[in-house]
Design a protein around this ligand. Structure first.
Ligand code: SF4
Length: 259
């Protein structure tokens, strides 16, 4: 027992400083994409590269960067001969609206807090039922990391629960396969009002690599009102936690402290 306690003391605090301080990210981290519109020749090589619909050209002839469609793959930036497209080190990119993920440069309308009345009803906690609706399990891997000592989301009162009856909302991953669609709808129906819908990962946002397949619904079905869109493939734990805390009004208001 004493040896155990000594080891724990030697290990010290392993939980990251976020959101109170900076978190060291590995060199390979690829954050929110950014477009230098003045360098973009609108040559459509991005679309031709076939990696995603990340960058398109509007009817007005302006580039449109959709962070929701980004797969954070090196091929996406490598396709641009001008070097106009690059990944930043910015982890914050969750938005309350799908439109908020689209812009000319990669700027995102970062998530705003839920209405005060809803937050009051939820109290100081947020319980979510995770629904893996055809995911490759990459997103689930990152959700599990949120519960580890490194991120410890429980210190903010955020937890995953086994039953939708105990949940304040659902967090959906995967492109929503035909076989999972009914289960997803039933899970949502079993969650009490007011309830949240969170789409995490490019698959849940718009189908990702499976988009257009008759076997998927191209992400969260339109019948479900999504409250938070979290880009990534998979989303980094920091991106997930940042989005959830913004939704709870605990970053915007400077209250990003444990319970
Ligand atoms: S977004 Fe990426 S990691 Fe998540 S389910 Fe889709 S392919 Fe897998």
């Amino acid at each position: 027992m004493l040896r155990f306690l000594r080891t724990r003391l030697q290990q010290g605090v392993r939980t990251g400083a976020f959101p109170g301080g900076a978190v060291e990210l590995p060199d390979r981290f690829r954050g929110r994409p950014r477009l230098n519109a003045s360098k973009c020749a609108q040559c459509e090589r991005c679309a031709a590269s076939g990696v995603s619909g990340l960058l398109t050209v509007t009817e007005q002839g302006r580039p449109l960067l959709d962070v929701g469609e980004c797969r954070f793959a090196p091929e996406e930036t490598a396709a641009c001969p001008q070097g106009a497209l690059r990944f930043t080190r910015e982890h914050a990119m969750a938005s309350r609206t799908r439109e908020g993920l689209r812009s000319e440069t990669g700027d995102v309308q970062l998530a705003t807090a839920l209405a005060q009345r809803t937050r009051k009803l939820f109290g100081r906690s947020l319980r979510l039922r995770s629904v893996s609706a055809g995911s490759c399990n990459g997103c689930e891997g990152e959700l599990i990391v949120l519960g580890t000592v490194a991120y410890d989301m429980a210190r903010f009162g955020i937890e995953f629960v086994a039953s939708p009856r105990h949940a304040d909302g659902i967090l959906v991953t995967g492109a929503v396969s035909v076989n999972m669609r009914e289960a997803l709808m039933q899970t949502w129906a079993a969650t009490a009002d007011p309830r949240l819908v969170i789409a995490a990962g490019v698959c849940a946002i718009d189908g990702g690599a499976f988009r257009g397949s008759p076997e998927v619904s191209d992400g969260v079905p339109a019948e479900l009102p999504v409250d938070l869109w979290i880009p990534g493939c998979p989303p980094h734990p920091l991106t997930l936690l940042d989005g959830l805390l913004r939704l709870l009004g605990r970053i915007e208001s400077g209250e990003a402290r444990p319970r």
